[in-house]
Design a protein. Structure first.
Length: 652
């Protein structure tokens, strides 16, 4: 009996304490890309631990109405001397006690619930309820009431952040009587202006980018003069950037009666190519009575020890420097095949489930950083359509603004391929993979052979358009045309259910992408170069398959183009002879043919389709050759000096 009474008292005490916390302020809609969203909680007693609490975000409309879309664990957060704790984006000022990604909070009509529990209690799409609910706020931005959601949460009023037609510059704030108003945001302060006023410290620098070996200054400024010496510590460490990369004190003092101090940091110019790095100015310790107005300020340090690669960019391509690393015999099964038989034989190679590795969308980021390097500066990636480099550091790995960022462009768009969101965004590494075959369409989401680095806004402008409908950003010279063609050709062969077709299908069409005729032209006008070959070689180390249209661009003509009825022979596609005037005539031949276009001495070899040499002879200049061959197809190998070319010869 005593134990039961004690347990009841504990539960009553827990309820009493938990009821002291409310959602005090919400800013769900901010100017631009919603990078200043926040939620403010207030406890009736100061310095209150929020361990055991979670925030759960609910949809108010649509097919997932009344279901959760995000949960946030509040463990480790403690309210301040005013009883306030803020959770929000990194650009909220003062800096929130806990951070979440930009653009997380929907604009409504939706709701947020403060619960006792753990995140595991609220898996995605959990229905709203009052079980263990401490407080809830239904809100919108001039939206109809989410009445069903409000009923599930026991909320009578839906607050409107846009009630003054200033939704992006005002927030919803709880008044002392429990009702809400909208006015200028007051994160980290009592909504009525009472309570302790903290002195804010701001970090500033004269620039955000410096070359390795340069010095830079950091200024720390308080909102009001300090009454006694203010001592604090900051750090610059971030990933590979650490104390070995700079010198200078990270312990500073703002003297009494002043409001600023300047720290000087000297970056160290070593001889190592560590890649461009980012130092982050971060407050290590803040004395009582002060708050951080900003934090984690990024300073980019450009490494000058990089070594340019041997080949050119797609805008200034080179040829013949990078050789294919395809294993001997990789394409042998294609010999002599044509049309659909050739296409199937090609798929059997590049989608072989006993060989090919499937990696995910997160892995693609790391693959691209290696295979899409700017040859002039490997600390950058080359942007496909934009035809320019961008720092690897500018990868857009989360939501928010894509201005100045690069991300991953699917040449065969995700929604057009039917694999949108098909793989994980958490990289597993080269040693973790899944087997995959031609019907494994979701693997296309993370197939690096058709994913390239691209400027964020340019990627968005391409969207789901067919090529031809999309011709790249204004002023581009088309250095990407062949790359795009060969990426699409690969996808159409690699995966069942994907096709490349003539014309411009509707952008909602799944499984078809155009324009085939144009892409076949681009395949010739922008031939495969060293940049693509290096890319093909590197992706092979991960996926253990190749893009055959980079190794043999002419394959496209044998599957979709002018040679669709002709058998494929690799020798016909590997000519190293530059004289286009070399011809055999008549062709088809009967009892003889003439070889012209060679002015000096040369050698002729004839092979059958099985690769057996039938004859070899030498000649000088234009020469007539008598034939004693059965009807069929043969390959003529013509050599002059150190150059060789191949021609197809048909005998009737």
């Amino acid at each position: 009996m005593i134990k039961k009474i004690f347990l009841a008292l504990v539960l009553l005490s827990t309820y009493f304490v938990s009821a002291q916390v409310v959602i005090n302020e919400l800013d769900c809609d901010t100017a631009g890309t919603d990078d200043k969203e926040f939620i403010e909680l207030k406890s009736a007693t100061p310095n209150f631990s929020l361990d055991g609490y979670v925030l759960v975000f609910f949809n108010g409309t649509g097919t997932q109405a009344n279901l959760s879309y995000f949960v946030y664990d509040l463990d480790g957060l403690v309210t301040d001397d005013n009883g306030i704790a803020v959770i929000g984006n990194a650009l909220v000022s003062p800096v929130p006690g806990k951070l979440f990604a930009d653009s997380v909070i929907q604009n409504g009509p939706d709701a947020i619930g403060l619960y006792l529990g753990n995140p595991s209690d609220f898996p995605n799409l959990t229905q709203a309820s009052t079980t263990n609910l401490i407080d809830a706020l239904a809100y919108g931005t001039s939206d109809p009431n989410a009445t069903a959601l409000m009923a599930l949460l026991g909320v009578a009023v839906q607050a409107d952040e846009n009630s003054n037609s200033l939704g992006t510059s005002q927030s919803i704030q709880r008044k002392n009587d429990g009702t809400y108003e909208t006015k200028a945001p007051t994160p980290g302060a009592n909504n009525d202006g009472t309570g302790i006023v903290y002195n804010g410290i701001t970090i500033s620098t004269t620039a955000t980018q410096f070359a390795e070996g340069q010095s830079f200054s950091i200024t720390f400024t308080t909102q009001t003069n300090v009454t006694s010496n203010l001592n604090f510590i900051f750090s610059l460490d971030n990933g590979t950037f650490d104390t070995a990369d700079f010198s200078g004190s990270t312990s500073v003092t703002i003297p009494a009666g002043s409001n600023a101090v300047v720290a000087t940091i000297n970056t160290i110019d070593d001889a190592l190519d560590e890649g461009d790095e980012v130092a982050k100015i971060n407050f290590s310790v803040i004395p009582a009575g002060y708050v951080r107005m900003n934090n984690n300020i990024s300073i980019r340090i450009l490494d000058n020890d990089f070594v340019p690669l041997a080949w050119g960019t797609p805008l200034n391509p080179t040829y013949g420097i990078v050789s294919s690393t395809a294993p001997a015999g990789y394409y042998d099964s294609l010999e002599g095949k044509s049309g659909t038989t050739l296409r199937q034989a090609l798929q059997d190679i590049i989608a072989n489930p006993s060989v090919v590795h499937a990696h995910n969308y997160g892995d693609v980021t790391n693959i691209i950083k290696a295979c899409d390097q700017n040859p002039l500066n490997p600390n950058q990636v080359w942007l496909l359509y934009s035809e320019q480099p961008r720092s690897k550091l500018d990868f857009q790995d989360t939501g928010g603004s894509n201005i100045g960022k690069w991300n991953r462009e699917h040449m065969y768009p995700q929604s057009r391929g039917g694999y949108q969101g098909g793989t994980s965004s958490d990289a597993d590494g080269i040693d973790i993979w899944l087997p995959t075959g031609p019907d494994d369409i979701l693997t296309g989401h993370g197939d690096a052979h058709h994913i390239r680095a691209e400027d964020g806004p340019v990627n968005s402008s391409r969207n789901n358009k067919d090529y031809g409908e999309y011709l790249g950003p204004t002023g581009n010279v088309g250095s990407w045309h062949g790359d795009a063609a060969r990426g699409v050709f690969y996808m159409a062969v690699r995966y069942n259910g994907l096709e490349v077709v003539n014309g411009n299908p509707a952008n909602t069409t799944v499984g078809q992408l155009g324009d085939l005729a144009l892409l076949l032209q681009w395949n010739h006008s922008d031939p495969s170069d060293d940049f693509e070959m290096n890319r093909n070689n590197y992706i092979y180390t991960w996926q253990v398959n190749r893009n055959p249209f980079i190794d043999y661009p002419d394959l496209a003509d044998y599957i979709w183009g002018t040679h669709i009825a002709d058998p494929w022979f690799a020798a016909l596609a590997t000519s190293t002879f530059s004289d286009r005037e070399v011809v055999l005539y008549p062709n088809p031949a009967q009892d003889h043919f003439v070889l012209s276009g060679i002015k000096g001495q040369g050698a002729l070899e004839i092979y059958n389709v099985s690769g057996s040499k039938l004859l070899r002879t030498e000649f000088i200049g234009e020469t007539k050759f008598d034939l004693n061959l059965a009807s069929g197809m043969y390959i003529a190998k013509i050599t002059s000096g150190n150059k060789t070319t191949y021609r197809k010869l048909v005998v009737r």
